[in-house]
Design a protein around this ligand. Sequence first.
Ligand code: ADP
Length: 548
Amino acid sequence: MLGQMMQQPLLISSLLVHAERHHGEREIVSRRVEGDIHRYTYRELAARARRMANALTGLGLAMSERVATLAWNGYRHLELYYAVSGSGAVLHTLNPRLHPEQIVYIADHAEDQVLFFDLSFLPLIAAVAGRTKTVRHWVAMCARAHLPADAAGIPGLLCYEDLIEANHDRYDWPVFDENSASSLCYTSGTTGNPKGVLYSHRSTLLHTYAAALPDALNCSANDAILPVVPMFHVNAWGLPYVGCMTGAKLVFPGPALDGKSLYELFESEQVTVSAGVPTVWQGLLAHVQANGLKFSSMKRTVIGGSACPPAMLRTFGDEFGVHVLHAWGMTEMSPLGTVCSLKPRHLQMDAQARYAVMSKQGRAVYGVDMKIVDESGAELPFGSETSGELLVRGPWIVDQYFKGEGGNPLRVDAAGHGWFPTGDVATIDADGYMHITDRSKDVIKSGGEWIGSIDLENIAMAHPAVAMAACIAAHHPKWDERPLLVVVKKPGAEVTKAELLAFFEGKVAKWWVPDDVAFVDAIPLGATGKMQKNRLREQFKDYALPTA
Ligand code: ADP
């Protein structure tokens, strides 16, 4: 017997319709590429998204065709999130930090038909415009008055505000299968060619429900959310959709991601929730500490994308009263997998024990099932001390990559369920809190035993003289690999190798303590702000560790 409830496909356009009807007056504030602050409401967002949907129809865009963006976080990008997916096309957010070669490769692979770009990326567009195979229209996201003269050389160039003005705001969002593709993100491709992850309307809506929950990103109509995480990095972790679902105020930082600009926006817009990768918060904290500032409205910040150093958790908590929600996910997971929200028994703990829990990546959000397995593929029980490979499954987790790239990524268990291997190595405690010890390709294998590089980096980052630390495997004649700590010192700070190594004493097993420290001016960061350890390993591949 079937249930007798209404069948309504879960479509992204329904989020916008809801926001306009129930939160029409709520504000969306953006720092623009043009330099000023722009503000309008969800009602205006909805009307302009409908105009843009009409414009896309006018450009001859068919269902499921890809529309690319190269843009910062801002209201026009948000309009495209809804206009493109809502009208049945697929929003493909390109990462502007990639090399032009990679952008051409990805745009060709995705067969992008239209590419919208912020003016800051004009040089990049000039470099790729003559080389992509499928892009028919290039749209500068500005008013005609702001279009620089040298943009004229781009073939098929259009102006965003012209399209908005030329089109009507009457548009009926089409109704189609909720399993239709809605948006496309490519993995950063730290190894091999980037692979596309094609989200559906259904997966996006389910992910949005889960992300907004109190024990996940905890967002409500009373919040003002500032996503620092870019809208080109896994859909800003879903926050542009959470905004419409909850009616929270949205605040977009545009291109200004330095500590000073972010702080000003946090304060002027009374932001309560934010989200970003650890490297961004370093800049913000440095600015706030150097100037003796406080946050007057910030309550929570979500930190993920790479491990949040425990020292950062404590600084936010103890000095600024900002609760850090450590979260973990992947492009392949829309991205949310776990969030480190506490359970009642953690609230009874002393601060030190509580911070130890909070520095884990957290427990699974409903909708994500996860397990760790040993080398034979057997599941390790929650609470076992041993780490294993982390596998996940769920309705917003990739089933296959776009165009079948790389073959079938899933591993099938005895019950016939497909699991996605995350490439992360983790433990899961008895309460179900997952803790990543490494990515499998970054693990250091010393005498056949694994050493988790993230723990060692976290310890180093707690040293007052250390700005950034990466721990990589260096070749060792006896143990095969031993940890080498690569360190960037804080400006003006001094510390010796011996002092740093002594700092590890009593904090980890003796054989985990790195063998040596190399001081560098900078650690290479990838397009999403993560340390590129593969490049460091290449740089230090002939490094001679002290063998005495
Ligand atoms: P890429 O895999 O190309 O770097 P993603 O942005 O999808 O692109 O990165 C996902 C990976 O980032 C995860 O598999 C994990 O290794 C790492 N990661 C994400 N969040 C965390 C976190 N909180 N702690 C440690 N690692 C994290």
